[in-house]
Design a protein around this ligand. Structure first.
Ligand SMILES: [Mg+2]
Length: 262
């Protein structure tokens, strides 16, 4: 294919990585390392990917960083890596360093008021399993529901809250299988920019993600750092490279780890 995102070419990838002895791998979790599941606390990293990821995590030169829309508390339960790598949760608002210390961003009182009102409404208006309370927003999930039912849920949320979001310091973010009303100051791109600035220009970054919320993270990378879409189907994206999980993802991670051995 002549336009990005390009399919994986292992020789091309090695040529991109070779000039950079210092690299940092940034990974989204849901849909990227782990396939989606209706029960969002029962997701597991692809069995073919987990051993490669464990190997990267056990080498200080290749230890990854995971950046997710989930809370850190969720990530700590779902990521079976020991020790846990650095984690960013709630779209860049929560940060757990690899040593376990935390550096979270403060929320506003307008947000806390809005969160409380929306949570109260959701408690009576929607099925409990569709509502996820996070530290920095409320997510509404309709994965697994009929399209008609999903559309009705979406409309109720919009009708009730779309005019209040600005006053609550909130925005509505679409994700694969729902929407999240969340604190407007967090995006995955914030996490990428902090890491990029801390790392310096000599460090090659790669960010791997699947969803629309990963697009701003892709855009926050400067070439030659790599933005990589991980998804069964190709789609328009700011990423340069497209990996079909799990096989191509496992191949990419294996090649990424090669330099850690020398
Ligand atoms: Mg994802």
């Amino acid at each position: 294919m002549s336009t990005p995102p390009y399919q994986l070419n292992t020789e091309w990838l090695r040529r991109q990585l070779d000039p950079f002895p210092a690299r940092k791998l940034l990974l989204d979790f849901d849909g990227t390392l782990a396939p989606f599941a209706v029960d969002r606390m029962s997701v597991n990293i692809y069995p073919d990917v987990l051993p490669v990821l464990e190997r990267l995590n056990n080498n200080p030169r290749t230890r990854p960083t995971i950046i997710s829309g989930r809370t850190i508390a969720d990530l700590e339960r779902l990521i079976p890596l020991t020790p846990l790598p650095e984690l960013w949760g709630s779209h860049g608002l929560e940060r757990r360093h690899a040593d376990g210390s935390r550096a979270d961003r403060p929320l506003t009182s307008a947000f806390l008021t809005g969160f409380h009102e929306i949570a109260q409404w959701a408690g009576t208006a929607l099925p409990a399993e569709a509502v996820e309370h996070k530290a920095t927003g409320i997510a509404f999930h309709w994965r697994g529901r009929e399209a008609v039912e999903a559309a009705a849920m979406r409309e109720r949320i919009d009708t009730e809250w779309s005019h209040h979001l600005e006053a609550f310091d909130m925005v509505c973010h679409e994700f694969d299988g729902g929407v999240e009303l969340r604190f407007e100051k967090g995006t995955k791109a914030d996490a990428v920019r902090v890491i990029r600035d801390e790392s310096g220009p000599e460090v090659l970054l790669a960010y791997l993600g699947d969803d629309w919320t990963d697009e701003d993270a892709f855009a926050a990378l400067n070439p030659p750092s790599l933005a990589v879409l991980v998804r069964p189907e190709r789609r328009p994206t700011a990423a340069q490279l497209w990996l079909k999980p799990p096989e191509e993802l496992a191949t990419f991670l294996t090649i990424w780890g090669e330099f850690g051995d020398v």
